[in-house]
Design a protein around this ligand. Structure first.
Ligand SMILES: Nc1ncnc2c1ncn2[C@@H]1O[C@H](COP(=O)(O)OP(=O)(O)OP(=O)(O)O)[C@@H](O)[C@H]1O
Length: 298
């Protein structure tokens, strides 16, 4: 744990996240930084080439912290750029899900989250890679990945749209065939979905990996095996009560390294962003590779 004051910060602000006006927020950031004598810059995302532009900005500066001010997409983009750099990631959550922020116990209230700027601790968390692509939170193959893909293709945002797509897809979804080899276990068979989990819960608060710890040097592959339609309410209940690991339809493989053979070429997403389907996915742990800014006492 590190306790020190940051003197030079970058805020990466997504103007469309959470569908709220951001001018007041910019003023709040300015006021807090002035009060605490912190130099700062705000980069407003455009939705085009932001990652490349930010990479250039980070290469040419010495920011002591970078805050993602937006939803999960913004957090994931900024977080990926900071892995292995020693520069900590801060989050001011403004999206509809805010999955990683919730798993890190970052306040969901904007005013409280803004206090992190001058009152925080810095801790290291693990990250993982899937075929070299970074993941800080949760990545899936199978049912949820299909829902994420449909959601990203559509033009309606928010949790209601997501739930509606999930219901439609659920009615016709067929489990897919996977082979998984980890450093200590293996699995072969059909699964409704396969989650590669560094953290615990999606932004919807459904917890797929209740016992996952973000800095234990391990990740979990959480499988939901095929289940009869009559069991679906029970599975949903367990997902929303932090007890999915007690379901007879789940299996959790805890590991440091794994190879997933995606034999039916099922779709996949990494931290909410759909990625190209591949048949072989190498998953690797990168222990304590990302610094994060957290509330004191968190
Ligand atoms: N100025 C902009 N105009 C249009 N789209 C943008 C702009 N800036 C960023 N984006 C897009 O916003 C998306 C990321 O949004 P983000 O996840 O941060 O917020 P959200 O969708 O409201 O939150 P959540 O994912 O929690 O629902 C990316 O697809 C990115 O390309």
């Amino acid at each position: 744990m590190e306790l020190h004051k940051h003197r030079n910060l970058l805020f990466v602000l997504n103007p469309i996240a959470g569908d709220i006006e951001k001018e007041d927020l910019k003023e709040d950031i300015a006021a807090i930084c002035q009060e605490h004598e912190i130099k700062y810059e705000i980069y407003t995302t455009t939705g085009e080439n932001d990652k490349e532009e930010l990479k250039k900005k980070l290469d040419g500066n010495t920011f002591e912290g970078v805050y993602a001010v937006g939803g999960d997409g913004t957090v994931s983009m900024v977080g990926d750029l900071l892995i292995g750099t020693g520069t900590p990631l801060g989050i001011i959550p403004l999206g509809s899900g805010n999955g990683l922020a919730k798993d890190l116990d970052i306040p969901q209230d904007t005013e409280e989250a803004l206090e992190l700027i001058h009152k925080h601790v810095v801790r290291n968390i693990d990250t993982i890679t899937l075929n070299g692509m970074p993941s800080i939170h949760l990545s899936d193959l199978g049912f949820n990945a299909l829902v994420v893909q449909r959601f990203c293709e559509g033009d309606t945002r928010g949790p209601g749209a997501y739930a509606w797509i999930a219901l439609q897809e659920y009615l016709s979804y067929e489990p897919k065939h996977y082979r998984i080899e980890t450093d200590s276990d293996s699995f072969e068979g059909k699964a409704f979905m396969v989650t590669v989990a560094n953290a615990n819960a999606w932004g919807s608060n459904a917890s797929i990996n209740p016992d996952g710890i973000l800095n234990d040097g391990m990740f979990e592959i959480c499988l939901i095996e095929p289940f009869p339609k009559a069991a679906s309410i029970g599975i949903l209940y367990k997902l929303y009560t932090d007890s999915i690991d007690t379901s007879v339809y789940t299996r959790i493989l805890k590991c440091r390294r794994a190879t997933i053979y995606n034999l039916d070429h099922e779709v996949m997403h990494i931290d909410g962003e759909p990625v190209d389907t591949t048949e072989k996915i190498e998953v690797e742990m990168h222990a304590k590779s990302l610094k994060v800014i957290l509330p004191k006492g968190g």
